[in-house]
Design a protein around this ligand. Structure first.
Ligand code: NAD
Length: 323
């Protein structure tokens, strides 16, 4: 009988799919991510065939070597920067993700951050709740109009392209983008303009939104040098992965008015924030919830389970990321 380990409670639907196949399924009973040494201990004690992982689990060579019977680590996430691709390739282990689990919703959340900043929603809300509102005031909490301004997208895959379309057709923005691969559909159908470097997009944009995967080439893609290229009136949005921005540099840039504000769903040292970030008023922060809907979590549960079922059935799992 195949034995599956799930590193944290997920919606039942995926667990049922695995049980219906006759697999034995163990789920971490702690309501928190496992530390690496805890996971290694569990894997060493049991001969699992597959592990369903979350983005908080670091699956590297050491973890893989502690579980030589595991044939697949099926991530319950769109991103897979927590999985060591080279280590998996070297050991013949499959790695998968859930690419359609919540991409549209992440784009919607990105827009929620943009509008919260430009319409000063969070500041306005706390202003009233703190009893400061004494009636209409022509000088109160001026925001920014976005129609006719430039939205810069870095990374125009599933999420970045969706954010771009909403900007173009929902809010009448001009879209500038940089990606290592040109997105011709976005250019032809949605009027997005390609720029051959990140720097050019940063210089001309009023809002810059990051949608790249976290890899060596995108780690600290935004640092102080690049923040200095942005307009002092510009906003930076990040719903991709925290380490894409040097968060200390961002705090410095915001404190010194190098850029106007930031909307962040992800953080470099999650769940910790670097000192000073949470005190800044031109920043809107959410706790990595950009894909958090019931539909998305159900889809992620089903897809990660299906990837395991594919692999256990001897076929290449449909969302294999080792290409
Ligand atoms: P995707 O693979 O469809 O798109 C990523 C795009 O980035 C691709 O077009 C790729 O060519 C481009 N890219 C890669 N390296 C680049 C570089 N160095 N410079 C510029 N562009 C580069 O991925 P997606 O589904 O759009 O998701 C993007 C990321 O969003 C994921 O990798 C994940 O980390 C993150 N994400 C976050 C949440 C959240 O809850 N906040 C949820 C889902 C996904």
């Amino acid at each position: 009988m195949k034995k599956i380990y799930i590193t944290r409670k997920i919606p039942d639907v995926g667990i049922k799919m695995l049980l219906e196949k006759g697999y034995e399924v163990d789920v971490n009973t702690k309501d928190r991510p496992l530390e690496k040494k805890e996971l290694i201990k569990i894997l060493k004690k049991n001969s699992y065939d597959a592990v369903l992982t979350l983005l908080t689990d670091i699956i590297d060579a050491e973890v893989m070597d502690s579980a030589p019977t595991v044939k697949i680590y099926a991530n319950f996430a769109i991103g897979f920067n927590n999985l060591d691709i080279e280590a998996a390739k070297a050991r013949g282990v499959y790695l998968t993700n859930t690419p359609n689990g919540g991409a549209e919703r992440v784009a919607e959340h990105t827009w929620a951050l943009i509008l919260a900043l430009t319409c000063r929603i969070v500041e306005g809300d706390s202003y009233i709740r703190n009893g400061k509102y004494n009636g209409w005031d022509p000088m109160l909490l001026h925001g920014e109009r976005i129609e006719g301004k430039t939205l810069g997208i870095i990374g125009t895959g599933r999420i970045g392209a969706n954010v771009a379309r909403k900007g173009r057709f929902g809010f009448g923005m001009n879209v500038a983008y940089y990606d290592v691969k040109r997105n011709e559909e976005l250019e032809k159908e949605d009027g997005a303009k390609f720029y051959p470097t990140v720097e050019e997009v940063l210089k001309i944009s009023d809002i810059v939104s990051l949608h790249v995967p976290l890899m060596d080439s995108t780690h600290h893609l935004i640092n102080i040098d690049r923040l200095k290229m942005m307009k002092p009136s510009a906003y930076l949005i990040n719903t991709s992965r925290g380490p894409v921005i040097d968060e200390n540099d961002l705090v410095y840039a915001l404190k010194n008015k190098i850029i106007k504000g930031a909307g962040l769903d992800v953080f470099e040292f999650e769940p910790k924030l670097v000192s000073g970030l949470a005190k800044l008023s031109d920043v809107v922060i959410t706790p990595h919830i950009a894909s958090a809907t019931e539909e998305a979590r159900l889809e992620m549960s089903k897809v990660s389970a299906q990837n395991i079922i594919d692999c256990m059935g001897g076929v290449i799992p449909r969302n294999n990321v080792l290409k």
